[in-house]
Design a protein around this ligand. Structure first.
Ligand code: GTP
Ligand code: ZN
Length: 226
C-alpha cells in the first residue's frame, strides 16, 4: 500500500459541494487531495482531472502557465456533470518541487525555455509518477476515467502506473501573452495537443488583458480608468 486515507469532510466551493478527502503518500508524507462530487464508486468513465500542484498558478494566479485556469475549469466541468473526481496531486513543478521550479523560472527569465531550464538544473523535463493517484482511484472504487488533459505523455505514464483512461477531454484555457511561449514549447517539445487555432486564439477569460500597450496588468492604468 502506497497511501492511507487520513480525513474526509464536505467542502462547499464556488463551483458546488464536493467531498474533500486527504490521502497521505506513505513514502514521502505528501498529502494528496481528492475532490469528489456525486457517486463514483463502481462507475466507469468518471470525469476526472489529475491536477499537478502549481502554487504560483493555482494560488497566486500566475500568468506564466495555464494551471490555475485549468484547475478552475476542471472543477466547473465536474460540477456541471454533477459527478467526478479531481485529484490535487502534490507534484509541484512537474515533480521537482517549488524551490527548483522557481530556480527554473529564474533561468527562464534569462531566456531558457521550460524544458531547457529543467535540464540545466539536472532534471528531466517531467519527473512525475502517478502511482499514488492510481491507488486513490482504486480506493474510491472508480473503474475508469475520462481525463481532462492536453498531455499525451501524461496519459501514457498514467496508464503504465495503472490508471484506466478510456477517454480524454481537452482542457485548453488561459492562454495569454505571458504564457504563449510556454504553451508553444509544450506543444513542440512535450507533444501537448494544442491545435494551431488554440495557440493563435486568445481564450483568456479575464477582462484585464488590455490593449493599452502597457506591459503590466495595472487596473489603475489611466487609459482604462472609467
Ligand atoms: N519544472 C517546471 N514546472 C512547471 C513549469 N511551469 C509549470 N510547471 C509545473 O507543471 C505542472 C503542470 O504541468 P503542465 O506541463 O503545465 O501540464 P500537464 O499536467 O503535463 O498537462 P495538462 O493535464 O494538460 O495540464 C505543475 O506542477 C506546475 O507547477 C516550469 O516552467 N518548470
Ligand atoms: Zn502552473
Amino acid at each position: 500500500m502506497l497511501i492511507e486515507k487520513k480525513a474526509q469532510a464536505t467542502l462547499p466551493t464556488e463551483y458546488g459541494i464536493f467531498e474533500i478527502m486527504v490521502f497521505e503518500e506513505l513514502a514521502n508524507g505528501k498529502e494528496h487531495v481528492a475532490m469528489v462530487m456525486g457517486e463514483v464508486n463502481g462507475k466507469e468513465k468518471v470525469l476526472s482531472r489529475i491536477h499537478s500542484e502549481c502554487l504560483t498558478g493555482d494560488v497566486f494566479h500566475s500568468l506564466k502557465c495555464d494551471c490555475g485556469f485549468q484547475l478552475n475549469t476542471a472543477m466547473q466541468s465536474i460540477a456541471a456533470e454533477g459527478c467526478g473526481v479531481l485529484i490535487y496531486h502534490r507534484a509541484e513543478g512537474r515533480g521537482i518541487g517549488l524551490t527548483n521550479k522557481i530556480k527554473a523560472y529564474a533561468l527562464q527569465d534569462q531566456g531558457l525555455d521550460t524544458v531547457e531550464a529543467n535540464e540545466a538544473l539536472g532534471f528531466a523535463p517531467d519527473m512525475r509518477d502517478y502511482n499514488a493517484c492510481a491507488e486513490i482511484y482504486a480506493m474510491l472504487g472508480v473503474k475508469s476515467v475520462e481525463l481532462m488533459t492536453n498531455n499525451p505523455d501524461k496519459i501514457e505514464t498514467m496508464r503504465k502506473d495503472g490508471i484506466n483512461i478510456v477517454a480524454r477531454r481537452p482542457l485548453v484555457v488561459g492562454k495569454n501573452k505571458y504564457n504563449e511561449d510556454y504553451l508553444r514549447i509544450k506543444t513542440e517539445k512535450m507533444d501537448h495537443m494544442f491545435t494551431s487555432a488554440d495557440l493563435n486564439s486568445s481564450n483568456m477569460p479575464l477582462s484585464f488583458d488590455n490593449d493599452c500597450g502597457n506591459d503590466h496588468l495595472d487596473h489603475n492604468c489611466k487609459q482604462h480608468k472609467k
